[in-house]
Design a protein. Structure first.
Length: 117
């Protein structure tokens, strides 16, 4: 009986079993090799939040606000630019870009709180 139960366990390996040593002579285990940063939940949440923000940007913002947010944060595959660069591109002052951006970000935040997941 004992031998049969040992035979069943013969192919099992512990995750903390030493399989080798590193260059300093420290033991190397399976858990060292297969260690994974489990960020799936965080990645999914970030992706969902990003989709929600894009939906708000496209549906809730005025055209000028949308344009500034897209330019400033590099949405729709664009490279993000500074307020000065956005002001030059739109032919307005940097402070006006700043005011529009601030108002748009407040709208986004407010609508993000209201929108269900």
């Amino acid at each position: 009986m004992h031998f049969r139960s040992r035979k069943k366990l013969a192919n099992e390996v512990s995750i903390s079993e030493t399989i080798d040593t590193d260059k300093d002579g420290a033991p190397l285990t399976y858990s060292d090799i297969i260690s994974v940063d489990d960020t799936i939940a965080e990645d999914l949440d970030r992706k969902l939040q990003g989709k929600r923000v894009l939906e708000i940007v496209n549906r809730m913002l005025e055209p000028r606000e949308r344009e500034i947010i897209v330019l400033r944060y590099g949405l729709n595959g664009r490279k993000p630019i500074t307020q000065r660069e956005a002001a030059d591109a739109l032919g307005i002052s940097r402070s006006y870009v700043s005011r529009i951006e601030k108002a748009a970000l407040e709208k986004i935040a407010k609508n993000l709180e209201r929108m269900p997941l």
